[in-house]
Design a binder for this molecule. Structure first.
Ligand SMILES: [Zn+2]
Length: 97
């Protein structure tokens, strides 16, 4: 996913394919190459799945179903909101180890 940060500070996710984008807040036209923040979500998800695998061995049995749901959601093409919940769940599990 590519995010653009405008000079005014606003950040949004960019889905277009041109070299310039117009900021929805201040309407400045900005160069995408100079202002893009490239975030590889697949890379983040793979890391989370890796951590969940380690966590599963240390956590009580009743976490198994949740961790399985989380792993499957991160691997699938689930809706963005569901993926976000899975990422937050993964972080909360990893944090408590
Ligand atoms: Zn702006």
């Amino acid at each position: 996913m590519v995010y653009i940060q405008c000079k005014c500070g606003y950040i949004w996710d960019y889905r277009g394919s041109s070299n310039y984008a117009t900021c929805p807040v201040c309407h400045h036209k900005i160069s995408i190459n100079k202002h893009k923040i490239d975030i590889d979500e697949q890379e983040i998800d793979n890391w989370l799945i890796e951590q969940l695998k380690k966590a599963e061995q240390k956590l009580p049995e009743d976490y198994k179903a949740k961790i399985q749901w989380c792993t499957e959601t991160l691997k699938s093409q689930a809706p963005a909101m569901q993926k976000m919940v899975a990422r937050m769940f993964a972080l909360s599990v990893i944090k408590n180890l």
